[in-house]
Design a protein around this ligand. Structure first.
Ligand SMILES: C[S@@+](CC[C@H](N)C(=O)[O-])C[C@H]1O[C@@H](n2cnc3c(N)ncnc32)[C@H](O)[C@@H]1O
Ligand SMILES: [Zn+2]
Length: 378
């Protein structure tokens, strides 16, 4: 049974009950709202945005691609290898009178991506995007949009991170950010094979998924520069000390096997992306787009993007309650803690990855000192 729903300003036919042959997840409306705002922001930043081609390579009902055609006005290819899904995509194109700008395909995504070049490539699979990354990176010219829902191996909670992503995750308190960076690291290396460079514009995680919106640029020099944004994170599970170092630092620096602060063994995660995972101007533009558009999840989406705007470009965060537990102190408010860090010499911000965490350039020892001062003065 099929029913008609509305997302943004687009009408969509979806299965009433979840089926195996046609996929539609209403919980991902938030992600699609951010995508529409993101694609609109990106397109409006280009000097010439006419004749851009976008592909929704794993489309299910076609909701993402149909929305991009209808709400952003791009020319789109919408593909799913399931034939019932393909039939529904065609009906959704007709329902929105998009026959001129949208075309449905019933192919294997890799085949379509290997045969064609698209300006914007969207890969939204079940689980890991890795089986589609090589073809997506070959095809993409300007913007790559990727989802991963295999957060357990990416976070280090299950084995598989190493096998799929050529990277070792660690199950730290900031594993969601580590997962996002391991995925971005893999994308960096896959794009480099084609002399392309990744420039993340907005990367975020919510519930069970990670979403990356990244600009892609051509050129060997840019690709080399993107490889310099790969590195590792060293973590001490005993005292919580953590730091990042780049692959190029590794040639010069000797990584101590033991933590400088407490002498316990240090563990290393990576390789992963240690550069900025968002661009502030882009997040601000996405926020503006969200505010001015008719969207079901604009409030929640706006909150995520707003936090990303102000989030420090530091590749990990600190969980407030874990530190309070280790220090056996009553938790002050995160706002008070961030103020105290800023009143000392440090930078500090919230992080969209966790409501109960913060980012700072202070070391763990310095952070602990600030907690103690703050709780003593209460
Ligand atoms: C998570 S769903 C897509 C959801 C959709 N993008 C949305 O926003 O609602 C993944 C889809 O990929 C399709 N799929 C899986 N493997 C594929 C392949 N190799 N080529 C094309 N489609 C594939 C499945 O049929 C399914 O519809
Ligand atoms: Zn330590």
């Amino acid at each position: 049974m099929i029913s008609e729903i509305k997302e943004g300003t687009t009408k969509i036919l979806v299965p009433k009950q979840p089926t195996k042959s046609v996929f539609y997840n209403p919980k991902m409306e938030l992600c699609r709202d951010i995508d529409i705002a993101g694609v609109a922001a990106f397109v409006s930043s280009l000097p010439n945005s006419s004749r851009l081609r976008y592909i929704d390579a794993l489309a299910g009902s076609g909701v993402r691609g149909v929305r991009v055609a209808k709400e952003v006005g791009l020319s789109v290819a919408i593909n799913d290898r399931s034939t019932p899904a393909y039939e529904l995509i065609k009906r959704n194109i007709t329902l929105n009178e998009l026959e001129e700008s949208a075309k449905a395909y019933n192919e294997d995504a890799n085949v379509l991506l290997l045969q064609n070049r698209y300006d914007l490539v969207d890969v939204d699979p079940f689980g890991s995007p890795v089986p589609f990354l090589d073809a997506a990176c070959r095809s993409v010219k300007k913007l790559l949009l990727l989802t991963a829902t295999d957060t357990a191996p990416l976070c280090g909670a299950h084995s598989g991170g190493l096998r799929k992503y050529d990277a070792k995750p660690l199950n730290t308190e900031y594993h969601t950010e580590m997962a996002t960076r391991i995925l971005l690291g893999r994308v960096t290396r896959d794009l480099c094979k084609f002399d392309k460079a990744v420039q993340p514009l907005l990367s975020y995680s919510k519930a069970h998924f990670i979403r990356i919106i990244a600009k892609v640029e051509r050129g060997a020099k840019k690709a080399d520069a993107s490889m310099n944004r790969l590195g590792f994170i060293a973590h001490c599970f005993s005292c919580g000390t953590r730091f990042a170092f780049s692959c190029s630092d590794m040639r010069e620096m000797r990584i101590e096997k033991n933590c400088e602060a407490c002498d316990a063994k240090i563990r290393i995660a990576g390789p992963l992306y240690i550069g900025a995972i968002k661009e502030k101007w882009f997040c601000e533009r996405v926020h503006e787009e969200l505010c001015k558009r008719e969207m079901g999840k604009k409030k929640e989406a706006g909150k995520i993007v707003e936090t990303c705007i102000n989030e420090l470009d530091i590749p990990f965060y600190y969980e407030h309650h874990a530190i309070c537990k280790a220090l056996k102190v009553q938790p002050p408010s995160i706002a008070a803690l961030i103020d105290a860090l800023r009143s000392s010499v440090f930078s500090a911000s919230r992080t969209h990855f966790s409501n109960t965490a913060f980012k700072t350039d202070a070391s763990m020892e310095e952070i602990k000192g600030i907690y103690i001062n703050l709780t003593l003065s209460d």
